[in-house]
Design a protein around this ligand. Structure first.
Ligand code: CP
Ligand code: NVA
Length: 314
């Protein structure tokens, strides 16, 4: 496996390997000071980022390499140089390319023309790096993954997609509660359900937020207006998603010891109340920290070529 473009690119064994290695990085953050000594990793961000960018840059530095962060106006890509040519040139310099942009097809084109690993740092459809940190956080909090029930409530886009795929790989009962018109992509749901059929997991989608969270060990949400969505959609989205706000009333239907998860940044008072995100059940800052340890594990496992991947299934 060369690239990490979506979570379902991993096998269940790959996922376990990344999570184990991430835990090792958490225990010993500087365990591989020279793995990438003298090398560079390029990080291309076509959207803002706090966690993904800084955690990857930090992970790259800890592995001994120099991170080179660039945006669209820094590269000739912004002036019309093709994705294909950019990918070929980057492959002559850097050891890996981390990319946050809009179109998944653009990232796939980049990966297909690069000889170095390409890592999806958030696209319209996927956020694989986030989902790995999410499962790492759940596993360290709960001591296990199998048998857990996790609900995502809200907009069924990138973060939800990757959580469904990761949950399926780990054999979780993972549910998505989203309003009609904002439910996850049927291709992603079908893919996650096919994986779950092999791992003993379960993937369901419902329009009922209460049904989604019923008895869950963790409830997850994300913003109602993602990067790239038009500001003009805000008023309509606030109305449609209002019944999906994660608040104490909704969490009362979950497990008594339910954990609250969010990829951040959050909008207190919209998708989650301040009481919940700042409360004792919230593990959002552990998720944020684990972005760093999983970034190191993703880089090491991809660069060592040890992940099997599911390219044949793609
Ligand atoms: N969760 C996440 O990806 O955050 P950033 O947008 O800050 O990178
Ligand atoms: N769904 C959000 C996630 C941000 C990390 C977005 O795409 O903006």
């Amino acid at each position: 496996m060369k690239d990490l473009l979506r979570t379902a690119d991993l096998t269940p064994g790959d996922l376990e390997r990344v999570l184990d290695l991430a835990a090792a990085y958490k225990r010993h953050p500087h365990r591989q000071r020279t793995l990438l000594a003298g090398e560079t990793v390029v990080l291309y961000f076509n959207k803002p980022s706090t966690r993904t960018r800084i955690s990857f840059e930090t992970a790259v530095a800890r592995l001994g390499a120099v991170p080179i962060g660039v945006g669209p106006s820094d590269l000739q890509l912004g002036r019309g140089e093709t994705i294909e040519d950019t990918a070929r040139v980057m492959s002559r310099y850097a050891r890996a390319f981390v990319i946050r942009t809009f179109s998944d097809d653009d990232v796939a084109r980049f990966a297909n023309n690069a000889t170095i690993p390409v890592i999806n740092a958030l696209t319209d459809q996927h956020h694989p790096c986030q989902s790995l940190a999410d499962l790492m956080t759940l596993r360290e909090r709960m001591g296990r993954l199998s048998g857990l029930r996790v609900a995502y409530v809200g907009d069924g886009n990138n973060v939800a997609h990757s959580l469904l795929e990761a949950g399926a790989l780990a054999g979780l009962d993972v549910r998505c509660g989203s309003p009609a018109g904002y439910q996850p992509d049927p291709e992603v749901v079908a893919r996650a359900q096919a994986i779950a059929a092999e791992t003993g997991g379960k993937v369901t989608v419902t329009a009922d937020p209460v049904e989604a969270v019923k008895g869950c060990h963790a409830v997850y949400t994300d913003v109602w207006l993602s990067m790239g969505h038009a500001e003009s959609e805000r008023a309509e989205r606030l109305k449609v998603f209002a019944p999906y706000q994660v608040n104490d009333a909704l969490l009362a239907h979950a497990d008594r010891d339910v954990l609250f998860m969010h990829c951040l940044p959050d909008h207190r008072g919209e998708e989650v109340t301040a009481e919940v995100v700042d409360g004792v059940r919230s593990i959002v800052f552990d998720q944020a920290e684990n972005r760093l340890h999983t970034a190191a594990a993703i880089l090491e496992t991809l660069l060592s070529g040890e992940l099997k991947g599911t390219a044949a299934r793609r």
